[in-house]
Design a protein around this ligand. Sequence first.
Ligand code: FES
Ligand code: FE2
Length: 401
Amino acid sequence: MTEMPLQSLPIPNDWDRSGLPPWTYHSPALFDLERQTVFLNHWQVAGHVNDIPAPGDWLTFDLLGERAVVMRGQDAQVRAFHNLCRHRGARVVDGAQGQCRGAVVCPFHGWVYNLDGSLRGAAQPDSFGRLDRAEFALKPIEMEIFHGFVFLRFHSGPQPAVADLLAPYAADFAAYGAAALLPASTAPWQAELPVNWKAVRDVDNEGYHVPLAHPSLQELYGRDYRDIYLAGGLHVSVGVFGDRPGRRWSVRHYVKHVPERPDLPPHLRRSWTYYGLFPNTVFAFTPEGAQFYHDLPRAADSTLLTGRSYRRANETRVQRLSRYLAQRIDRDTSVEDQKLTVWSNESMRSSAFDGFHLSDHEWGLRRHHDGLRALLPVMRLSEPPEEREMAARNKEMLGTG
Ligand code: FES
Ligand SMILES: [Fe+2]
């Protein structure tokens, strides 16, 4: 295992500095294609195995009409299923997370499933004539666990196994002890924004805005912030803090109280590091804790920002305090980003907007757009096709490379 800092690909000398055409931020027909081609067939993180430590513990993950439940069985195995009763499709569990005692009982008519998803029995089974229980188990969903984090994929797709996809992150995740992290709260945080999901990504995928838009982050690590671009669309951002005490209350106290981590390799000891996963997920590690966040699209103009936070086992009082301070800095940052995201999204409807003109510091944004264009070449068109022709046009462009 390497404990070396990751090395970035060089930014090309001459690259197209324009972004995606504005119409791609509000076309419902394109959004339908993104649903199938960008979201349901790419890996999504749903939580961490320690969110569901005991048999019968479960958490849910909803995405664009698909619903998953991740559950720990009597045998301690974690499994993922569609949260969909085989009788009439009700949710078999309701809420973000919870616990079943010994069995899952569908709240609609009371079909009962074992914790491994098999059907134990229907209510009033005689009313079905002959019912073959083996035929009606909960449907499994493809799942993979990477350093404790649970990844799901509703449909098979172009990405390799998570272990291969995220191999460049494995050494850092192991150094941070990701597999042993514990939940810092019992439910994901959530915020809904009336924007296209790409507007959220565009703001999050670059650090060029940090000096002006994020005074606390700038004070914390802005002088030593950099992007590391890796093959496979992976993108890491690192900010190293601690060269100055900081003037803002939360920054000053964070820098003072943040735990020393002599167990970490030197490049991670005083850094906030963000590990991106195409299309919509980021893992953030700091000396005192970790989180993941992702933007989950709901419609072309509606996106749910959500995530889960984690802490280290045997956390001391001072570690808890530094986690609280980091959360305050994060909360301010998130509010600042949300406003910029709304503005960026609005500009896509303005007749005066000529599109982006990107700096080298925004190459991450370009790479994200390139990833999308490879899946949906119709996004290369500067003028939108007719909505009803979107899918056909995209198919045609895929065919002609
Ligand atoms: S839908 Fe679940 S028991 Fe009827
Ligand atoms: Fe930001």
